[in-house]
Design a protein around this ligand. Structure first.
Ligand SMILES: O=C(O)CCC(=O)C(=O)O
Ligand SMILES: [Fe+2]
Length: 311
């Protein structure tokens, strides 16, 4: 199979019939694979380059320095997660060895004044900044760019679902999205049985904006019971639907299983994953008016999903 490409700028500047054709195509992709390659995103290359440099500098530190920003307690959503700390397949109930990866995670850049105690105790906990010159500005610029891009994609999603363009805006006024920089070290020896760089899982939220390291393969999606490679092209983001969006659309759209495969002798790989998540209080009710799923509140839903993957 080949991956469908969606050009966001082309969609945004198209009128009437042409726009309708592109929106219909987007709906088809989201129903079919839930994965697409995004072009015409307009994110400045310097924002991307600075973020790669920051992530590379972070992971190049020695373990002691990386651990200075480890989560202070189990369940804290942000900070450095070293090797052996997460197995994503556990979110699907599969017992596997830990994923062969490390990550640095951060949350929203600001706390809304009216945030409740439960939200403050989880997604509005502070990001733990490493002591590296330039890291925080690069991270914040990239996070902001992803937040803005996700809002544009959500407008296109509204059109694809034949809703008014601004339909999702009230649900994503203060999104509780997370940014994760990932580093998969080179694999020298054979992985353990059923061990992957990232075990098979679906993402939890509305949509994920992934930037795989250009030219480094490994991300695969499940299609008709086999694993298909997702290409990693320079300047192209990979967008995928998460569980919450599948639920919102009453399973019209699919949250597809994916993984990062491990083989012996792989070079190191990096990626940047932005997990877009509607406002803490946003109530997610099936858009088709059906009772396919009971309404859920975005924040508590995320928190419950998040707690399933620790090792
Ligand atoms: O590194 C990648 O390409 C994908 C990572 C991923 O799927 C995730 O962290 O949810
Ligand atoms: Fe994922």
């Amino acid at each position: 199979m080949s991956f469908s490409t969606f050009n966001l700028a082309a969609f945004e500047t198209a009128h009437q019939d042409a726009r309708h054709v592109l929106a219909t195509d987007l709906d088809r992709i989201c129903r079919d694979t839930g994965f697409l390659l995004l072009e015409g995103h307009g994110v400045a290359q310097s924002t991307i380059d600075d973020m790669w440099a920051a992530a590379t500098a972070f992971f190049a530190q020695d373990a002691t320095d990386k651990r200075k920003v480890s989560p202070p307690y189990q369940g804290y959503p942000y900070g450095y997660l070293g090797p052996e700390t997460e197995a994503l397949a556990r979110s699907k109930g599969e017992e596997t060895p830990p994923d062969l990866k490390e990550s640095f995670n951060g949350g929203p850049l600001a706390v809304p004044q009216d945030a409740g105690d439960d939200a403050r105790a989880f997604c509005y906990q502070p990001t733990l900044w490493p002591d590296l010159p330039g890291f925080r500005p690069a991270w914040e610029a990239y996070y902001s760019a992803m937040e803005a891009l996700a809002a544009r994609v959500m407008r296109a999603f509204a059109a694809a679902l034949q809703l008014p363009d601004g339909y999702f805006a009230p649900f994503i006024a203060h999104p509780i999205s997370a940014l994760r920089a990932l580093h998969y070290p080179a694999t020298d020896t054979a992985p353990l049985d059923r061990q992957q760089r990232a075990g098979a899982h679906t993402d939890y939220g509305s949509l994920t904006i992934l930037l795989p390291q250009p030219g480094r393969k490994g991300l695969q999606v499940m299609r008709d019971d086999s694993w298909i490679d997702v290409p990693a092209h320079e300047g192209t983001f990979v967008i995928n639907i998460g569980d919450l969006m599948a639920r919102w659309t009453a399973d019209r759209w699919v949250s597809t299983m994916h993984r990062v495969v491990a083989h012996p002798g792989q070079p190191p790989r990096q990626s940047l994953a932005f997990f877009h998540q509607p406002d803490w209080d946003a109530e997610i009710t099936p858009l088709d008016g059906s009772d396919t799923y009971a309404p859920v509140c975005s924040g508590p839903y995320l928190m419950q999903k998040f707690q399933a993957t620790g090792v």
